[in-house]
Design a protein around this ligand. Structure first.
Ligand code: ADP
Length: 547
């Protein structure tokens, strides 16, 4: 085959054997190119399919190979001006339509479809063909995507993430600021609350009897802000023995009925000194054994209150003692004369009996005088009690329940000092009573102090004084019940007798006067022992005297 020179030397290799062809292709230089329309036959006569023949050329060639069939792209050829089979099909169909419509009559008018330069980017790269030499309209296949194409979505996602992060950071900053503000406000209001609570000596608490888990972290012994059922006994241990039962039953009562807890009790400090605490709380309404509320240190106020109550009680007792003193003095004074006369007569009679012949007449007269003086002494006592009986002058209508409460309050300090706990059980809506408020109070006063005296030997914690009011058989009844040793059968017969006492410092007129006062009001005063132990003194006052 002849090699043509300039401007473009072309050689046509059509009859070479496969080996020869391979050899020639191999020997080609950097300025050569190969063009193959197709290559089907090898020397053995075997026909190769176009793609295989092109592959065979590509494997041997030292120069780039061009073709006109788009089907060969990707087999190692650089490319060429070519149509796809689809383009050719479409052009053929258009031509047939034009012929059938008579638009084309001359075969010279038949135009081949416009070919497009199509290239394999990988081969361009392999044969060092610069991009500048690629025709502007060329279609370049197998071009690897650019970084921008490859990562087009990442910048968008990245930008979105950045914006989202930014927004999140801003939102978090706002949230942080809001939280800081809230925390500051909370701390401020907590501080205020703490200051107020401290100033008012308040401790808030939640007592939980349901669970064994602690409710709160801290527990101050004085007020026990938070505790569980298991800790309750420890709390009770820190309460004054006289108030333990009181606290226990008040708590139980509040939980059982879902009611308010409101009581004052004493706690014991490490030095064993009692300190007054007021507790107010509400039991959980949904049946939970839980009480929440506050404790208040009321020691100073309480001590002042007790002191003034003690002062008032002392005054009242002084009045009582002075009344008794006056009565005793009056009795002593008035009895002095008949007693002196009796003594004189008795002395004279004794002397007369010492004589040899005593005058019986004289003795008879002396004995008559003694009897007479005795009758006079009796009259004096009767007159004095009658004085009391007729002495109900300051009659007024008053509420007996109120009087019971007032008297209990008056004696509170005295009773507390003696470790006596008072329980008041009052009948609701008692009719008003018409009588001497002061005298009935004096009776209650006597009975309550006697009850406290009777419990002096009772174990601390069991010294319970009950004040009970009731309506019984149309009479108003008030009973003063103690938990002492009770009254012996002998004492029971004599306690209302004047000057009968078992106390070293006793006068023995308290019950006498009390009974006289009650009877002066048309009522009665009775003493009895209780089956459960202890004594009870009940005064009955006729209800018809009510106004
Ligand atoms: P006083 O209290 O000065 O002894 P009272 O007339 O008040 O005088 O009491 C007489 C006596 O009755 C007392 O000394 C006591 O022995 C007995 N007594 C009174 N109250 C009770 C009581 N609640 N329990 C047992 N004995 C009592």
């Amino acid at each position: 085959m002849e090699k043509r020179k300039n401007p473009l030397a072309t050689e046509f290799w059509t009859t070479l054997s496969t080996d020869e062809l391979s050899k020639r292709l191999h020997e080609l230089g950097p300025d050569d190119i190969v063009f193959t329309p197709e290559y089907y036959c090898v020397s053995s006569g075997q026909t190769l399919p176009p793609t295989d023949s092109v592959r065979m050329l590509v494997s041997s060639s030292s120069a780039p190979i061009y073709t006109i069939f788009s089907g060969q792209l990707g087999s190692g050829v650089v490319g060429g001006s070519m149509n796809t089979l689809a383009d050719m099909g479409r052009a053929t169909r258009a031509l047939i339509d034009e012929i059938l419509e008579g638009q084309v009559t001359d075969h010279n008018e038949v135009r081949a479809p416009t070919a497009m330069v199509q290239l394999d980017w990988r081969q361009l790269h392999q044969w060092n063909i610069p991009e500048a030499r690629i025709p502007p309209n060329a279609i370049v296949h197998f071009r690897p995507p650019s970084l921008l194409e490859l990562y087009r979505s990442q910048p968008i996602v990245g930008a979105f993430i950045c914006i989202a992060q930014g927004a999140l950071i801003v939102a978090l900053l706002f949230e942080r600021r809001r939280r800081q503000k809230t925390a500051k406000a909370l701390a401020q209001s907590q501080k205020q609350a703490t200051d107020v609570a401290r100033a008012a000596r308040l401790t808030f608490f939640e007592w939980n009897f349901d669970s064994a888990a602690p409710v709160g972290p801290s527990r101050k012994p004085s007020c026990a802000p938070n505790f569980t059922k298991n800790e309750f006994e420890r709390v009770i241990d820190e309460v004054h023995p006289s108030d333990r039962e009181h606290l226990r039953s008040a708590v139980q009562h509040a939980i059982d009925r879902g009611e308010e807890l409101n009581l004052e009790y004493r706690t014991l400090g490490p030095d064993g000194r009692p300190s007054w605490v007021s507790v107010r709380g509400h039991a959980a309404p949904n049946g939970q054994a839980r009480i929440a509320g506050f404790c208040m240190d009321i020691n100073d106020r309480k001590l002042e209150q007790l002191q003034s109550a003690q002062d008032r009680a002392a005054l009242t007792q002084m009045a009582r003692v002075s009344t008794m003193g006056q009565l005793s003095a009056a009795i002593a004074h008035q009895l002095n004369q008949p007693l002196m006369a009796i003594l004189c007569n008795a002395e004279t009679a004794r002397k007369m009996l010492g004589r040899n012949e005593p005058s019986l007449e004289e003795l008879k007269r002396i004995l008559s005088d003694i009897v007479e003086e005795n009758v006079r002494a009796g009259d004096i006592i009767r007159n004095l009690t009658a004085l009391y009986r007729n002495g109900v002058t300051d009659r007024t209508a008053f509420d007996l329940n109120e009087l019971v409460l007032e008297t209990a309050e008056l004696l509170r300090a005295e009773l507390t000092a003696r470790n006596v706990v008072t329980r008041v059980e009052l009948a609701p809506e008692l009719p008003a009573f018409d009588g001497s408020r002061i005298q009935i109070q004096q009776v209650l006063f006597n009975l309550m102090l006697n009850a406290a005296d009777a419990m002096a030997e009772t174990k601390i914690g069991h010294r319970l004084l009950i004040l009970r009011s009731a309506m019984k058989n149309e009479s108003l009844q008030i009973c003063v019940i103690d938990h002492g040793d009770g009254i012996t059968p002998t004492a029971l017969e004599r306690i209302f007798q004047p000057f009968w006492t078992t106390k070293p410092q006793g006068v023995g007129v308290g019950l006498t006067i009390s009974r006289t006062i009650v009877e002066a009001h048309g009522g009665s005063l009775c003493a009895s022992n209780r089956l459960e132990g202890g004594a009870q003194f009940c005064l009955s006052l006729p209800a018809q005297t009510a106004t």
